[in-house]
Design a protein around this ligand. Sequence first.
Ligand code: XLS
Ligand code: CA
Ligand code: CA
Length: 439
Amino acid sequence: MVDSFFSAIEPIRYGGPDAESALAFRFYDKDRVVRGKRMEDHLRMAVCFWHTFAWDGTDMFGSGTFQRPWQAAGDALARAKLKAAVAFDFFSRLGVSFFCFHDRDVSPEGHTLAESNKMLDAMADVLAEHMQRTGVKLLWGTANLFSHPRYMAGAATNPDPEVFAYAAAQVKQALEVTQRLGGANYVLWGGREGYETLLNTDMKRELDQLGRFMNLVAEHKHKIGFSGPLLIEPKPREPTKHQYDYDAAAVDAFLQHYGLANGDFRLNIEANHATLAGHTFEHEVAYALAAGLFGSIDMNRGDTLLGWDTDQFPNDLGELSLLLARVLQAGGFSTGGFNFDAKVRRQSFDAEDLFHAHVGGMDTLARALLIADRILADGKLPALVDARYAGWKNPLGQEIIAHRLSLAQIADQVISRNIDPKPRSGRQEMLENLVSRYL
Ligand code: XLS
Ligand code: CA
Ligand code: CA
């Protein structure tokens, strides 16, 4: 079954920009060195288990459309083992370095938590063997605290402390399994940590609960010696009307408010979540970098005409080149990477579609990396930004930055030196033209 599912697909190879085959990399040449580092090590790309192997193509209007033999009826643990075997066959043929999973993507839910944990432990052994055999690594693990009906009113923010406790127990196990598999990060996405209506919601209490929960997770991370960061993934809404981890700035404020701004937590920024929050993807990454919270990226794209999380594969070269330039300029990923939290459309139901989707996403990022390198090597864009703030290097700017002047002293200087700033162009159109020339 495993051999037959992807057997029609040859391992994907680099064929250069003029490659004939639709299933070849035109730009992703993993050993190619860019700015002193191999492409593979820059991009640290991952395939996600949930969209690619767990989802069957169901949407709110219709049932599953996908051809996925491991989703057929049968013994749940046997199916999970088959799913894992198929997934690692996919990773190998694709030549991707990492994967990501939720506990319930790789292992079934039992009748009790003890039973679920036992199966997850068994599946962790199965995953470990596949990882050992293929060399594919774990970018991050996470717990699904949103699918089961017990979580319909939230997990950590649930009005019922027993649900809080259940969620805590699930995260403990998922974090430990992530550690066992050498995961580079652990992700916390608050899928239902928000509200449907304020009529039944005590917001202060729910935020306090979320703060308590995150403190407990951080304590456990230290207790077991998990070395990777905890990554909170912002999203403004969907499934709930409002989610507390609305955007990067909201999570930054939350971490500070609850005594969590101590380096344990960073952010996992998702492109489609950024646009749902009314920001650009680049804005969210820029904020995370500015706040010292940049961790990892969930790579996908939304649809400008649809107001929900469509999780499509990325293809916007212009946007991604600027984003890569920004990330490279800040030193690149440390533990993070680009996880394709993206799904094929419902009509793209067969095995081949999974490859077209990922090959396209990987090639887009590789090409964006090459363009970002040109942007930085040329240096005009960063130099123009630097020049815009050059005045801060002068004595007045330096004194303000060094807290040497009070508001009154600044006011005195403006009057005594007759300071009279002149307008300067922002040169937006010139910059847009400059960027177009790199593409
Ligand atoms: C859903 C989220 C989710 C997280 C992991 O919108 O993107 O998949 O990445 O729980
Ligand atoms: Ca995501
Ligand atoms: Ca999403």
